[in-house]
Design a protein around this ligand. Structure first.
Ligand code: PMP
Ligand code: GLN
Length: 378
């Protein structure tokens, strides 16, 4: 069958995890936690199915979950006022992004993608008849609004943003959203904002959604993942926020792609939102970031800016090797038993960046093991 997209046959995350298994390496590549989810969440899932929540839910989601999301968002550090009609529960964030693109794209439409970027965006654009237009983030992985502005044409239908950013951890501020608004305000461009690491903002950084912007919120799909929120990446449930009008269009596609989402999981997530301590969760993850950084001190890696948010810390290795980042990541896995993701994998042309990405959503002992193996480099 003819390929419909230019993505890899095997994603870099599956590839590196398989390599870690093959060589018995500590896996700091793919972004998934190796610690247990909260036992309360497990109990709630069991309870949901025992309580007979086992049949289809409404198309937009279990009402208790959408209502609890309204409350949850209103209680953010920077509160987000929502109406439940602005929320759709989806089978994960990847699906939310795909379905938003399927909703808005016509053949020949352009979508601006800021690189480095998550690997699902381009295939999702292309399968839906669109064409990705690549704009590089600057050397510190920050948006260059002049370059974004120059990339806009009459064919531009959408732009995909990711904050907190995978792989760099960078976070968009109110100023960034306003700069984007100035570019799109006289166009019909839709913003698809991948905000799956919303709860993981560290130090003085405060999460600012595209939905906080008074004008952009009428033009955007913001996409979230309970997998990342509650460290249960295998649950594959997420949600999308958009205006009632954009949601209506989304539902016309969603209805025929998935219809509703795993119902016991939705009840469990609704219950868990009522007891979840978001501040403690982000402190725990910030501690993990700091643990990784201090465990790596003295090793020949240079941090490329402390991650402001998310699951990952990128590092340069020029003091260690001249290899391209892909070859370096393979070498490190095979020879030094530590598996990472080369940052080149987040660029369509695979250009060497001299950087690799470490996932710190791991137990301290896992990070200790990795640091121990890496000490043998010296
Ligand atoms: N976007 C980004 C930036 C990610 O890192 C990931 C990986 N969790 C996803 C989307 C996918 O989220 P989900 O597993 O909910 O589809
Ligand atoms: N989001 C995860 C990462 O960046 C990977 C998810 C996946 O394997 N598709 O590592």
């Amino acid at each position: 069958i003819e390929r419909k997209h230019s993505g890899k046959d095997i994603s870099i995350f599956s590839e590196m995890t398989a390599l870690a298994q093959q060589y018995g390496a500590v896996n700091l590549s793919q972004g998934f936690p190796d610690f247990e989810i909260d036992p309360k969440l497990k109990e709630l899932l069991g309870k949901a199915t025992s309580d007979n929540h086992n049949q289809y839910a409404p198309l937009t989601g279990v009402p208790l979950l959408t209502e609890n999301l309204v409350t949850f968002n209103a209680r953010r550090k920077k509160p987000l006022d929502l109406h439940s009609s602005e929320i759709i529960i989806t089978p994960g964030a990847t699906y939310g992004i795909y379905c938003a693109l399927a909703t808005i794209l016509k053949p020949g439409d352009d979508v601006i993608v800021l690189e480095p970027s998550y690997d699902s965006y381009v295939p999702a654009i292309e399968v839906n008849g669109g064409k990705p237009v690549f704009v590089s983030l600057d050397k510190d992985f920050r948006p260059d609004f002049e370059m974004i502005k120059n990339a806009v044409t009459l064919q531009t239908r959408a732009i995909i943003i990711n904050s907190p950013h995978n792989p760099s951890g960078n976070i968009w501020t109110e100023k960034d959203w306003e700069a984007l608004w100035q570019i799109v305000k006289d166009t019909e461009i839709i913003v698809i904002s991948d905000e799956v690491y919303d709860l993981l903002c560290y130090d003085e950084n405060v999460f600012t959604s595209v939905m906080h912007h008074p004008h952009l919120r009428n033009r955007s799909y913001a996409v979230f993942s309970f997998g990342k929120m509650f460290h249960a990446t295998g649950w594959k449930v997420g949600y999308v926020l958009a205006s009632e009008e954009l949601n209506y269009a989304f539902l016309r596609v969603h209805q025929y792609l998935s219809f509703c989402v795993n119902v016991p999981a939705q009840y469990a997530l609704a219950g868990y939102l009522e007891v979840f301590d978001a501040a403690a969760n982000s402190r725990m993850m910030q501690n993990k970031r700091d643990y990784l950084i201090s465990a790596f001190s003295g090793l020949p890696f240079t941090i490329t800016g402390k991650a402001e948010g998310g699951y990952f810390q990128t590092m340069e290795y020029h003091n260690l090797s001249d290899l391209g980042d892909r070859d370096f990541a393979v070498w490190l896995t095979k020879e030094k038993k530590v598996c990472t993701v080369p940052v080149s994998a987040f660029f369509h042309n695979g250009q060497n960046t001299g950087k690799v990405r470490f996932c710190f959503a791991k137990k301290e002992e896992t990070i200790d093991n990795a640091a121990e193996f890496l000490r043998n480099l010296l």
